[in-house]
Write a protein that binds this ligand. Structure first.
Ligand code: NI
Length: 376
């Protein structure tokens, strides 16, 4: 494929991915599309028991390093003027996974061209269901990470300057937990509150008390978020309801903070309820942990950026979650941020990645994987 115009080829692939978004675990057309692009180039597909997504390999023997792209889209109604806007109502690549796929596909094909010279194996993961989240676990359970020395991934973000890469040691995305609290009181006539137990003031106190977890309990040098996003109680004006629901999410960059926030929040809910003669029922949904970029992999990522003349900046932390972090629980690696060259946030209906960055990112990733085989 050496006579290929990489720039326009990868743009076409990107536009196809953008126009054909599929939700988590439904990425069938996307998987088929990637499979045929890889087959055309003679890339070996490694067979793992995956319903959607796939794994490709370049080179052979050890060491094995992995490169990951996510492939799923979001349930967002696109609102861009793009000529290749989503063909599927209510579905959109609003998180840039279309860009990730195009760049990683490009890297794969570039690696294929230098396959003979590779001192090991590059395993490329086209991972389903990042947004579910948890596709990373499915890929690990399928055995696709077995024998891997280090794993690399990327994400497009608007807060890194155009043309640059965000490369940072430690956590670059946050742990994500979701909580659902139900304060159980006792329903009564609004005119006789003393005959019941009103859960609304307790839920309100909890919402305010929860604000002190980040401001009073967490170090000012540690990023953390507690957001209450859903409050619901009652359905009319003259009845005190039985229960009040409070739902939200917590984000942290470290294990200790994650445990502390959870413990503080649950204690507040339980003790506030108890102080008012009620009970609090707590549902806790643990999402991915924070990413944890390993120092050696980050130094390598910086060196390769420098060699290619790409500015590497230290990005601020991003309190979004990323299921790539599940890989970091077992494997060292680095998760690298790529600029969208735009100001629109991920998950927004006007989100747009930087097409000009596709080829440079693909070339960067191909070099990064080559160097990783030689040095890690
Ligand atoms: Ni994403």
């Amino acid at each position: 494929m050496s006579e290929i115009n990489w720039e326009s080829y990868l743009r076409e692939e990107y536009e196809w991915f953008h126009a054909n978004p599929e939700l988590s675990y439904e990425e069938e057309a996307t998987t088929a599309h990637i499979r045929s692009a890889l087959k055309r180039a003679g890339v070996r597909i490694a067979e793992y028991p995956l319903k959607t997504g796939l794994v490709a390999e370049i080179g052979g023997g050890e060491p094995i390093v992995a490169l990951r792209t996510d492939i799923d889209a979001l349930p967002v109604q696109e609102n861009t003027e793009l000529p290749y806007a989503s063909k599927h109502a209510g579905k959109m690549h609003a998180c840039g996974h279309d860009f990730h796929m195009a760049a990683v596909l490009g890297a794969t094909l570039l690696l294929k061209e230098r396959e003979e010279k590779l001192p090991g194996t590059v395993r490329i993961l086209f991972q389903p269901a990042e947004e579910a989240p948890g596709g990373a676990r499915v890929v690990m359970d399928a055995g696709a990470l077995d024998g891997v020395e280090a794993i690399f991934g990327l994400h497009v973000v608007p807060f890194v300057e155009k043309g640059a890469l965000g490369i940072k040691e430690g956590a670059v995305t946050a742990s994500v937990d979701r909580f659902v609290l139900r304060f159980h009181g006792k329903g009564t006539h609004a005119a006789a509150p003393n005959a019941g137990l009103d859960p609304i003031p307790v839920a309100s106190e909890f919402v305010l008390a929860a604000q002190t977890i980040v401001s009073r309990r967490i170090s000012p040098f540690s990023p953390a978020v507690v957001s209450v996003t859903h409050v619901e109680a009652g359905n009319t004006w003259n009845v005190i309801p039985e229960t009040a629901l409070v739902e939200g999410t917590t984000r942290t960059m470290g294990k200790e903070d994650r445990a502390l926030v959870r413990e503080a929040l649950c204690t507040q809910a339980e003790k506030l309820a108890e102080a008012h003669g009620m009970t609090a029922e707590i549902e806790w949904h643990e999402g991915p942990p924070a990413t944890n970029n390993e120092a050696g992999c980050i130094a390598l990522a910086r060196r390769v950026a420098e060699k290619r003349g790409i500015p590497a900046v230290t990005p601020p932390g991003w309190m979004a979650g990323e299921d790539f972090a599940y890989y970091h629980e077992t494997y060292k690696g680095a998760f690298i941020l790529v600029s969208t060259g735009d100001i629109v946030a991920n998950h927004n209906p006007k989100f747009h990645a930087d097409e000009e960055a596709i080829l440079p990112t693909a070339e960067y990733l191909a070099d990064l994987m080559t160097e990783a085989l030689g040095t890690l």
